[in-house]
Design a protein around this ligand. Structure first.
Ligand code: CP
Ligand code: NVA
Length: 302
């Protein structure tokens, strides 16, 4: 494993190794055991979109590993004025030991990896959000003990979160059901991948059908970053694609609810369900720190 660009690139073994290391790093942090695996290393963090969790967890995580994080806003970099990614990648590779990037196009992340010579970590693109899904898998295993026999149900937009959850959950052996409106399905590349898993994957436009027998229910905002101009249209298209009490009644007893955050209460999830599952949702947010530290150690501690 040289980079973390998308879940499609990871083998099941690589995912499990990251989760095991994340559990260990979480244990060590809670017990005051230092783990300076990245002493003297630097991570550049390029943000072309807003962030609370990704920025703070990478920055803190790098510090806890003994390294140094640099926050690089695209407003200040020449990349924001049109310097090609190929050149940025080759220059930054000479200063840094790794780059985390949050941007729009997946191609930009893939190009950084292609032209640079240091590990690249995808901190969210319009196509996927692998760091979030590693934290989600860590949280599911932490609460449920294992992935065996579990069903994950995603309700809403076939977006970056849906794409990464479909791939990640299928790779660790879970069943996956997704409910989305016809015009907001995940891209063909993801549906083709999922098709290999036969009846372990299904897609419907009925949230009730998707939630039947689910052990983990997950949703995300109806309008992602960059889609703010379509918010009203999306609000109409996604009416009914909400995690609420009625939907929870379809799920298995003790079903978990996760949300990558930020959440829009009374849109994709009711305040009541959100607060009833707040312990899971905020553990999930915390696990971003541990899962990303594991990724950085795997990629950069050489
Ligand atoms: N879930 C997530 O990636 O949060 P931020 O946008 O705050 O980083
Ligand atoms: N789908 C959301 C996820 C935010 C963490 C977005 O891209 O804005």
């Amino acid at each position: 494993m040289k980079h973390l660009l998308k879940m499609l690139d990871l083998s099941t073994d690589e995912i499990i190794e990251i989760l095991n290391l994340a559990d260990q790093l979480k244990y060590e942090l809670k017990h005051g055991i230092p783990h300076p695996h990245l002493k003297g290393k630097t991570l550049g963090m390029i943000f072309q979109k807003a962030s609370t969790r990704t920025r703070v967890s990478f920055e803190t995580g790098m510090y806890q590993l003994g390294g140094y994080p640099l926050f690089l806003s695209s407003n200040d970099l020449q990349i924001g004025r049109g310097e090609p990614v190929q050149d940025t990648a080759r220059v930054l590779s000479r200063y840094l030991d790794g780059i985390m990037i949050r941007t729009f196009e997946q191609k930009e992340v893939e190009d950084l990896a292609k032209y640079g010579s240091i590990p690249i970590i995808n901190g969210l693109t319009d196509f996927c959000h692998p760091c979030q899904v590693l934290a989600d898998l860590m949280t599911i295993r932490e609460f449920k003990g294992s992935f065996d026999g579990l069903k994950m149900c995603f309700i809403g937009d076939g977006n970056n979160m849906a794409n990464s959850l479909i791939v990640g959950c299928l790779k660790v052996g879970m069943k996956v059901s997704i409910a989305c409106p016809d015009d907001y399905q995940p891209p063909k590349e993801i549906l083709d991948f999922a098709a290999q898993y036969g009846d372990k994957f299904d897609m419907t436009n009925s949230p009730v059908q998707a939630a039947k027998g689910a052990d983990v229910l997950i949703t995300d905002v109806w309008a992602s970053m960059g889609q703010e101009g379509e918010a009203e249209k999306r609000r109409k298209a996604f009416a009914g694609y909400q995690i609420n009490d009625e939907l929870m009644a379809q799920a298995n007893d003790g079903a978990m609810v996760l949300h990558c955050l930020p959440a829009h209460r009374e849109e994709e999830i009711t305040e009541k369900v959100f607060e009833a599952h707040a312990n899971e949702i905020f553990e999930e947010a915390e696990n971003r720190l541990h899962a990303q530290k594991a990724v950085m150690v795997k990629l950069m501690a050489k």
